[in-house]
Write a protein that binds this ligand. Sequence first.
Ligand SMILES: [Fe+2]
Length: 219
Amino acid sequence: MSERLIDQPNWIYLLREFETLYRYGSAGGSPAIRSHRKKVREELSRIIGGNPPLAEREPAGKPVTAHFSRALDTGERGSMQGMARALREQRDRLTWEYGYEKVPPALARKYAYCEILGPRGPILWDRLILGFVLFAPRTTYPQHSHSEIEESYISVSGAWSENNAAVYSPGSLILNRPGDEHRITTGDHEPCLLAYAWAGPPEKLGDPKMKFTAGRRQA
Ligand SMILES: [Fe+2]
């Protein structure tokens, strides 16, 4: 018999950490963020109540995962300790990947993400993707946008900036609405680990066609 969510409590605990963040964190007065948070937490209630099937994926590392222990250690000492600890329990089951067909060689050493829930598993669900993205210190994640997909990032550890607009620390949430161009940079000395949620139509989540925005570079 194939396994379901209830058979793997550590995946449930990780989902609970997401649920806590999206339920009890603040929207900072932003209607767009409030509505996104609601969307994510309502989906999370359906997921946890729905006990979806699991499709465990082959664990895989990438060069940047050499920074993962440090990112978790730092996360466990700050406001996102619950998330960092729950993620540490699952660290050997994570499938780190690039997503893009063409990854610039410099970025291939400094970036990767892993999904914990979505159309590809390991927790199978077609209406939401949850995962983590890890950046080495001093990384620039090039400009890109997502068509029809709403994306939020919540910092677990490390300092980072988006579009040179501000410096975000653990616990901060950023919303990128569909089509919003964004570019991320990370601090000089520490890795940066972000939790993310993607909400959008199932056909887009199943085939998000990730690519960088061509020909537009910022200093
Ligand atoms: Fe993005």
